[in-house]
Design a protein around this ligand. Structure first.
Ligand code: GUN
Length: 293
């Protein structure tokens, strides 16, 4: 069994990005600039955004954090998006999700200029990804593909089972796994609440990508010998032994599943760090106007 080290891979890629930024700056170009809008004080969102700001520093990017309280109205948020769309110094920006219930996430996402949408959530980027055109790929799926690539995990003709059909992970990673060429060319099955015989479907999988947000859902008897298991789950569960009072749990029952695997990602330290690094890569591409002019 090989443990896929997302943290080490992310560190290596951040160093590659920092070297590229140093070259850009030496050539007289400006540093890539990522902005983030954070609404409220959700613990998970605070952690993610703090990690993104830190990753910007490591990559040599400029970063700006714009904060609003939970009771901000939709119009104010849409104005902030519009200002970032027009700010020539900002190459890319994200609006951290989830947003409070009185704000339409879809409306906010669609207000973002797709050329600055480094999360890859705008329908133009989603659509371009689905037909294989250059675009900003959403960060978690892109991070998973980079791990498969860097570990040379075979995907051609593989049975890939995706658990979960979210717009952020399940759907886009299914699209990428079936695209032409490596790391794609897989035969993809997407499972969700209405799937029949889900355990049997999982047992046929060469690659399982678990992205449902149900801690410990994938058990040892659902995985065949030699499979690759990618765990996207990051649920906070109470843990009195931790200073924070919680720990992160993946969607995979790691202790049961790992001994059967050829490759497996841990939680934490697997997909999570790669998500952030994919956002950094998208920001670099935005700064270089490499995808859209
Ligand atoms: N919330 C959970 N994942 C993400 C992400 O990748 N981007 C944003 N903006 N919000 C999220």
């Amino acid at each position: 069994m090989t443990l896929i080290d997302g943290k080490a891979t992310a560190t290596a890629i951040k160093a590659e990005i920092a070297a590229e930024v140093a070259r850009m700056v030496a050539d007289g170009k400006k540093r890539p600039h990522l902005a983030a809008i954070l609404v409220g004080h959700d613990g998970g969102s605070e952690t993610y955004v703090a990690s993104k700001v830190k990753a910007c520093e490591e990559c040599g990017f400029k970063s700006t954090l714009i904060r609003y309280e939970d009771d901000v109205d939709e119009a104010t948020l849409l104005e902030a998006v519009d200002r970032l769309n027009r700010d020539e110094d900002v190459d890319g920006f994200i609006v951290q999700l989830p947003l409070p219930r009185h704000i339409s996430e879809q409306k906010v996402i669609e207000a973002i200029d797709y050329r600055k949408d480094v999360d890859g959530f705008h329908p133009i980027n989603v659509g371009r990804q689905s037909i294989g055109l250059p675009c900003f790929h959403s960060a978690t799926p892109a991070g998973i593909m980079t791990l498969l690539d860097r570990y040379n995990i075979p995907t051609k003709g593989a049975n890939c089972v995706v658990l979960g059909r979210s717009n952020i992970v399940g759907k886009p990673v299914a699209t990428l796994m079936m695209q032409k060429g490596y790391p794609g060319d897989a035969t993809v099955t997407v499972c969700h609440r209405a799937t029949r015989n889900l355990e049997e479907v999982c047992r046929q999988a060469d690659i399982i990508i678990a992205a449902m947000g149900v801690p410990g859902f994938v058990k040892g008897d659902m995985v065949k010998e030699g499979a690759t298991v990618i765990d996207v789950g990051t649920t906070r569960v109470p843990d009195a032994t931790r200073k924070s009072g919680f720990r992160l749990r993946g969607d995979v029952e790691f202790d049961e599943v790992a001994p059967k695997c050829a490759y497996i990602t841990p939680v934490p330290g697997g997909v999570g760090p790669m998500t952030i690094v994919s956002l950094m890569r998208n920001t670099l591409l935005a700064g270089q106007k490499a995808i859209y002019k």
